[in-house]
Design a protein around this ligand. Structure first.
Ligand SMILES: *[C@@H]1O[C@H](CO)[C@@H](O)[C@H](O)[C@H]1NC(C)=O
Ligand SMILES: *[C@@H]1O[C@H](CO)[C@@H](O)[C@H](O)[C@H]1NC(C)=O
Length: 332
């Protein structure tokens, strides 16, 4: 069967797509591929863009976050509510756009992986989940125009293949300035762009930007003898938005922020000893050791860098180095 015939057949079977002849002609190559995919997916060999393969396991996500994400009391409710609400909505008004902020090792990448794991049956292997790393995909600032075209095409074609796609942009701190605004048309309230509906997609931006602001807020709370858990989301979102807009990163001065296209600025607070200790404990458990002494746990904490120097309140690298250090020290 020729490529064109597959495409026409696909169009007949999918009449609701409503592609006009010109963009159809332009998109024929990629479209034929994705339509063929849609035909063959019923065989069970390919992943399909339907409820069989895309079904949010809310309980699983919540359980996973509660058990494995430490010290982030603000993150869990935002994620659960935002993702649940967006996925349950058959006709969302805009794509869900989240921006994760905080020091390294606070769980930002972990949470984005959890969302993908509990949304797609194939988890991170899903063809509909896209992880983009600035240091890998957008490395050379001089090639920014080329990257923009490429990114535009990736998003367009991937979403025309499956509306429930997730795009995760990690290392936003290193994305060349101005590049991200190529996403503006996809993130708004547009009904369709060239026949494609982008409003069911999820976009997540990850950066360390704003980590210092969050640390100041947490420290202020500590200095005045208040609980970290009493920090409220509304006290943190505006400072995060300001940092993202003003500090050097892929989001600096971007239309995405100016046009209010980000639904939630999600604060990941710096981790205290009590939280990092739980990460060390998790590491022992993964190795099958369940009765670890406090001395053994603290020996790993002693190897990490803390801020401020004097009080050693917050781990500068959160839980990132824990796996490596625990294995090294305790030979797991
Ligand atoms: C979909 O996105 C990926 C990046 O995750 C890219 O490599 C691929 O080429 C895109 N697909 C299309 C058809 O553009
Ligand atoms: C942990 O349990 C094992 C056997 O279950 C025992 O041999 C070991 O001494 C225990 N370690 C500590 C620190 O209690």
């Amino acid at each position: 069967m020729s490529v064109v015939r597959i495409f026409i057949l696909g169009s007949i079977l999918n009449p609701c797509l409503g592609v006009d002849p010109i963009s159809a002609a332009v998109a024929v190559g990629a479209a034929a591929f994705s339509k063929a995919g849609k035909l063959f997916c019923s065989t069970g060999l390919l992943e399909c863009c339907n409820e069989r393969y895309i079904k949010l396991d809310v309980q699983g996500l919540e359980r996973d976050l509660k058990e494995n994400l430490h010290g982030q009391h603000l993150v869990i409710p935002i994620i659960i509510n935002a993702v649940k609400g967006h996925v349950a909505d058959r006709d969302p008004k805009k794509p869900l756009v989240l921006s994760f902020h905080g020091w390294t090792g606070g769980g930002k990448s972990f949470v984005s992986q959890m969302i993908v794991k509990h949304l797609y049956e194939r988890g991170e292997q899903s063809d509909f989940a896209h992880f983009l790393y600035s240091d890998l995909h957008f490395k050379h600032p001089s090639r920014v125009e080329e990257y923009k075209d490429q990114l535009h095409s990736w998003i367009y074609h991937n979403v025309s293949n499956c509306e429930r796609s997730v795009f995760i942009f990690d290392e936003m701190d290193h994305m060349p300035e101005g590049m991200i605004d190529v996403l503006v048309p996809f993130l708004g309230h547009n009904l369709r762009i060239d026949g494609v509906n982008f409003r069911k997609s999820i976009f997540i931006f990850i950066s360390n930007i704003g980590g210092d602001v969050l640390t100041q807020k947490a420290k202020g709370q500590w200095d005045s003898g208040k609980l970290r858990e009493d920090l409220k989301l509304r006290d943190l979102q505006k400072p995060l938005e300001m940092s993202a807009y003003n500090l050097l990163s892929g989001l600096k001065g971007s239309d995405i922020i100016q046009k209010q296209l980000i639904d939630h600025f999600v604060p990941f607070l710096p981790l205290e000893k009590i939280h990092v200790r739980r990460c060390v404990e998790d590491e022992f458990k993964r190795a099958g050791v369940f009765n670890v002494s406090n001395e053994a746990l603290d020996s790993v904490l002693d190897e990490l860098d803390w801020w401020p120097e004097k009080d050693k309140l917050y781990s500068k690298s959160g839980c990132t180095k824990v796996t490596h250090k625990t294995r090294l020290i305790h030979g797991l």
